[in-house]
Design a protein around this ligand. Sequence first.
Ligand SMILES: *Cc1c(COP(=O)(O)O)cnc(C)c1O
Length: 398
Amino acid sequence: MSTRPRKPDTQLAHLGRDPKSQHGAVNPPVYHASTILYKDVESLRAAKSIRMRKDAVTYGRAGTPITFALQDSVAELEGGYGAIAVSSGLAAVTASIMALVQAGDHVLMTDSVYGPARAFCDSTLARFGVETTYYDPLIGGGIASLIRENTRIVFTESPGSQTFEVQDIPAIAEAAHAAGVAVLMDNTWGTPLYCKPFELGVDVSIHAGTKYIVGHSDAMLGMIVTSEAYYETVRRCVMSLGHSAAPDDVYLGLRGFRTLSVRLERHHRTGVALASWLQQRPEVARVMHPALPDDPGHAIWKRDFGGACGLFGLVLHPVAQQALDEMLDHLELYGMGYSWGGFESLIIPTDPQSIRTATEWTDPGPSLRIHAGLEDIDDLIADLEAGFSRLNRAMAAE
Ligand SMILES: *Cc1c(COP(=O)(O)O)cnc(C)c1O
């Protein structure tokens, strides 16, 4: 076999499976297991010492071969040392943070972080005596001035939830590492295919696998990928918290993984096309999509990302809520609901102002978040166009 490193598309098709060892079946089998039987008492006793091995089948909660197949595949694609699958993206966020702090410690958290991650810091983490300071996502190397003696984590998410600011991760990582602080990144938007956080200086990368890895809106899954230095600490904490990922959901994650590249290519293309079309609409004040050449985050996005997913935001000019509701309520192709990353298009109103404390949100008009699905772009545009007509009719009737 050649030693030339394989390209990502080939990795997606071939990582984590070994048909020869499973009667030729293309995909790895799903093990439904809690109890694992040991062949003798000696191997039962030995289980404790091999528990931390990446491929040790010791108990259902710690994973079975299909869990390891998904974990190894995601870690290798992303360029991390090891991955740990958990039951949701939020569990991946909270377990990663808890692994690295204790009472009296301090966490620096981007102001553009996923809302429930912020809620975790403000409630649970605070209750255990860990303080969180929110910082401007565009702070870059300036993060150094916020690092205290007891700071343990700089948490990043790029682009930011709802507002899509692109963070200068290498600059943040350099400042954090100079002070011995770990850098965590929620890389759900970039996916292990389009962003390689370990090349940017990140120590722990987090994914809501629920989104593009699963890719079909039918399972919850979280992935934590770490560098070698952080693997054991994070894994021990995940195990002590009792997290695990259900076998059927892991299977769906691995199945989604196979088509990540072809899906994302289309999500990227349709998302950019929709975003560009929206930029021309008189109702739209601005579009937040880092792949647009005039987006403030474009240069860093181009430097650090290999592509864009289908998720972006926009701000409308001020409009009566009832007119906006007319637009949203009768869309035929865009579903309204949380989460994203499936094959279907989605739209929701967002409220950045309500989830920021370090930076000010000054746009007067309402904001929306769109997930560009795999439908035809002409149909997606026509549906929005009809929506804007309803909005304008409702405004004229005011
Ligand atoms: C959805 C999401 C999460 C949480 O994932 P769940 O699987 O829904 O728990 C975490 N981070 C980001 C950026 C997300 O979009």
